[in-house]
Design a protein around this ligand. Structure first.
Ligand code: SAH
Length: 216
């Protein structure tokens, strides 16, 4: 399946809706206007691709709501050539938005099937992203330190191990809380051992879990 006139029109409407909901970062809006979100979902669900809702993908996981993708991405203040680590590849859509913004993206997924699918989707669209099948709690210190780290699954606390993989001046964004509700939390590493925290509204994500799942 490819992008087409109809999908592009639906995407424009979605972008207008995101603006109305308060998204002002033009680079984020441009990237989301460019990346065909429907290609990250089952073709049978095309009509759901451009409504502002999360949607089930395989392995019991979800592709985040467009508004949530926009908020997390805007909080990172991504610049071209920034090195960004994502925990929770899922469909690969968020990784594609970051790559479209010119970031060098490293992304980790604990479900083997999702990891495989996402890698295929991004290759088909021509985005160069580094994919890893593994447990995101470990991060990827060998490619760090990062300008930004984005956790796209709910975590009770931000793993110290990931904070240590940030550059000074780098930012980490994560939904922090229990399974029922999380607070979007932005952490800025202001010095070697100093971190500034700020809160950015309530969200509900699927949980960040330990270990890997090798189905199939
Ligand atoms: N960013 C995704 C949405 C991801 S949903 C997108 O754009 O579609 C959250 C994902 O985090 C799920 O795929 C889940 O399997 C994954 N996940 C949960 N815990 C993880 C961990 N410890 N390491 C890596 N991935 C994890």
């Amino acid at each position: 399946m490819t992008d087409d006139f109809e999908a592009r029109g639906k995407r424009k409407k979605l972008i207008a809706e995101l603006r109305k909901k308060g998204i002002t970062d033009e680079e984020v809006l441009r990237a989301m206007d460019t990346v065909p979100r429907h290609l990250f979902m089952d073709p049978a669900f095309l009509i759901h691709a451009y409504v502002d809702k999360a949607f089930p993908i395989s392995s019991g996981q979800t592709i985040s709501q467009p508004y949530t993708v926009a908020v997390q991405t805007a909080l990172l203040e991504v610049k071209r050539r920034d090195k960004i680590l994502e925990i929770g590849t899922g469909s690969g859509y968020q990784a594609a938005v970051l790559a479209e913004m010119g970031a060098k993206v490293y992304t980790i997924e604990r479900h083997r099937e999702l990891y495989r699918k996402a890698r295929r989707s991004l290759a088909e669209l021509g985005y160069e992203v580094e994919f890893f099948f593994g447990d995101g709690y470990a991060g990827k210190p060998q490619y760090g330190p990062y300008d930004g780290i984005i956790i796209t699954a709910a975590t009770r606390e931000i793993p110290d191990n990931l904070l240590r993989q940030l550059k000074t001046g780098g930012k980490l964004v994560a939904p922090v809380g229990d399974v029922s509700s999380q607070v979007m939390t932005l952490v800025r590493r202001s010095g070697e051992g100093s971190f500034e925290y700020s809160a950015h509204g309530k969200y509900v994500f699927v949980p960040m879990l330990r270990g890997i799942v090798k189905e199939k």
